[in-house]
Design a protein around this ligand. Structure first.
Ligand code: SF4
Length: 460
């Protein structure tokens, strides 16, 4: 099934694409299905069942709150994040839920929001939604799987072995980096040009450019918000926001004539951009999956770095960067996973690092082979990375991990640009290794908060 760059870069809310954005979208779809079946008005009670990783770390990721928002008829790309906390408080107090903002039903949190220890067979991120009429008869029941990056499939799609109902035919379909490079060579195209031609399957060229520019604007707003907000992040770990203070210190230091612009200060800028995005994500703010929420700081930080430090950087570069990054995200998703619950953090931060390295190499004038090399370096050095968020919150180690990965991505692009594109291990082999390593990884390292830092951090 073809994947669009807009499937990877989706406007949403924090803190998690698989645990917040996906579940909200699933609940929104369920509500729409009740409407389509013309049974919305008969609904009297609802049950929400959470399984596997959605149950284990759902509270820390705001999964329960996101589902309620979807049941209210809110979409992750349109919701005002500031309404979530007060709406949930009101619902818990009144025990009333305005389904689709139309039908007032009873919702008793302790009874109707049900956390199950077990996982469902298809995917660790599963949820079941059931609506009943006033006599307790089922009106609609569906199981949804949040498969990473905000992608959602329901039981019927799983049964039909269709992860996506999109059957569009794209002109340059590719399932491996080898195929991607062969098409680029045959058609004498860059990776971003090839991706643009594919995107034209769904939208006109100008619309693709405008939409990618809009994605970039939301990324920039997210950075700005992260540089403005201060205080302690929600969730109970008492993690302090750092981006604002570090930003102010850096500006002051740069005004000091003793400090000249060095590679070191450029690195500080990149760190701050990544911290800003991930702090905003952890606080439940508006942001863009890139390709997930947990790893959302890497691509905006690297692109911001390019736009800030590269003379003549312009809108066209933003579009090319995101298109080339998207090609690598598609390969990771098709051949391994971008979900921490499936393959650990290598699938989230590793994929984002590879994507950012590829995007940067592309706009720095790399050949397709050098872009592939940059992505390969970016991913290779994140292999084996586990997902072990402390307290089930996307804060520790996630926030700093994004900053570290931005530096890796820039380094990977630089190393690839110094070479001629030939290298020892192909990107395809590294992606395959990520898939196999993820398969061998114990579940406690796959977004369950039952292993790694999640258990050791609270020892004292
Ligand atoms: S450890 Fe990595 S995969 Fe897990 S929640 Fe944090 S950023 Fe996401």
């Amino acid at each position: 099934m073809p994947i669009s760059v807009f499937d990877l870069f989706k406007i949403g809310v924090g803190p998690s694409s698989s645990h917040t954005v996906g579940p909200m979208m699933a609940a929104f779809k369920f509500t729409a299905a009740l409407r389509d079946k013309q049974v919305l008005g008969q609904a009297s009670r609802l049950e929400v069942h959470l399984y596997g990783s959605l149950s284990a770390t759902g509270i820390g990721h705001g999964t329960d709150h996101a589902i309620i928002m979807g049941l209210l008829g809110e979409r992750p790309d349109a919701i005002d994040p500031s309404i979530i906390t007060p709406e949930i408080a009101t619902l818990k107090e009144t025990r009333r839920l305005a389904l689709d903002r139309q039908v007032d039903i009873e919702f008793v949190w302790e009874r109707d929001m049900i956390f199950h220890e077990e996982s469902l067979p298809h995917h660790p991120n599963a949820m079941k939604l059931c609506a009943f009429d006033q006599d307790g008869r089922a009106l609609l029941e569906n199981t949804y799987y949040s498969v990473g990056g905000g992608f959602v499939v329901d039981q019927s799609q799983v049964d039909a072995k269709l992860e996506d109902m999109d059957t569009a035919k794209i002109p340059f379909d590719f399932n491996s980096a080898e195929e991607l490079l062969a098409i680029c060579k045959r058609e004498n195209m860059s990776i971003s040009q090839l991706m643009l031609e594919n995107e034209k399957t769904w939208r006109g060229e100008q619309e693709v450019r405008n939409e990618l520019w809009r994605i970039w604007q939301v990324m920039c707003e997210c950075i700005d918000n992260g540089l403005t907000h201060e205080g302690v992040l929600p969730g109970g770990l008492n993690v302090k926001r750092r981006a604002r203070q570090l930003h102010q210190r850096l500006i002051a230091a740069e005004q000091n004539t003793c400090l000249i612009a060095t590679t070191f200060s450029a690195m500080e800028w990149v760190n701050i951009f990544a911290l800003a995005v991930n702090e905003e994500n952890a606080a439940g703010g508006r942001m863009v999956t890139a390709p997930t929420n947990g790893a959302a700081g890497i691509i905006p930080a690297v692109l911001h770095y390019y736009m800030k430090f590269q003379d003549g950087a312009c809108e066209r570069n933003v579009v090319d960067f995101l298109l080339a990054a998207g090609a690598i995200g598609i390969l990771c998703k098709k051949n391994a996973s971008i979900s921490g619950a499936e393959v650990g953090c290598q699938g989230e931060v590793g994929s984002a690092c590879a994507m950012a390295a590829a995007g940067l190499a592309e706009v720095m004038g790399a050949t397709p082979e050098q872009v592939e090399n940059a992505a390969e370096i970016g991913l290779e050095h994140n292999l084996g990375l586990t997902c072990d968020p402390v307290g089930g919150l996307v804060q520790v180690p996630c926030i700093e991990r994004n900053a570290i990965a931005t530096i890796k991505a820039i380094n990977a692009a630089q190393m690839a640009l110094r070479g001629d594109g030939t290298h020892f291990i192909s990107l395809d082999k590294v992606i395959r290794t990520m898939r196999d390593t993820g398969r061998d990884m114990l579940d406690k390292y796959k977004e369950t908060s039952k292993g790694g830092l999640a258990v050791n951090a609270i020892e004292c």
